[in-house]
Write a protein that binds this ligand. Structure first.
Ligand SMILES: [Fe+2]
Length: 170
């Protein structure tokens, strides 16, 4: 499944900074399937991300879930610095599988925290087509499941920041 979504949320109420996020490598993080293989030119220096997991004291999960028709179980923010990529991949749902061992119908909402800056790009496979997204506004994004390949590329001079909400549709 793949749909466009939009939420109302005041992102200034939470601190999203590399200072309170954990530095990770997108190729080695739980974002990627363990058996993923990447060309050698993808390296530590061009696949850096910063991620923070939020709890329900910090963000009202139900407030956002109600807007999306989702039971939201986890929320993270990911900072993709200039010059970095989250290479072509389908999403894994490792935390969801721990919560719901008998289910596999998980969805993820990927929401842009900031308005678009030139040089940023998201591409998502939609059936047999590849849709390329630019010029987004804060609060816009996509709802996808584990069957939808996508990529985030940041050739801009600013961070690409997303909020990623995982759960099940209600
Ligand atoms: Fe993803």
């Amino acid at each position: 499944m793949f749909t466009h979504i939009k939420i109302n949320f005041d992102f200034t109420k939470i601190e999203i900074s590399v200072k309170n996020h954990k530095k990770l490598n997108s190729m080695k993080s739980n974002i990627m399937n363990k058996d993923s293989q990447f060309p050698n030119s993808f390296c530590e220096e061009n696949t850096t991300i910063f991620q923070k997991w939020w709890n329900e004291q910090e963000i009202d999960f139900d407030l956002l879930g109600n807007q999306l028709g989702m039971k939201v179980e986890t929320i993270s923010t990911i900072i993709l610095p200039p010059g970095n990529n989250i290479p072509w991949h389908t999403d894994t749902f490792i935390k969801m599988q721990e919560i719901y061992p008998d289910r596999n119908d998980f969805v993820r909402a990927m929401i842009y925290v900031d308005d678009y800056v030139p040089g940023q790009m998201t591409q998502i496979q939609n059936g047999e087509k590849y849709e390329t997204y630019t010029f987004w506004k804060s609060g816009e994004g996509y709802l996808i499941n584990d069957s939808i390949p996508h990529v985030n590329v940041n050739g801009s001079f600013g961070n690409t920041v997303t909020m990623n909400l995982s759960g099940i549709l209600v």
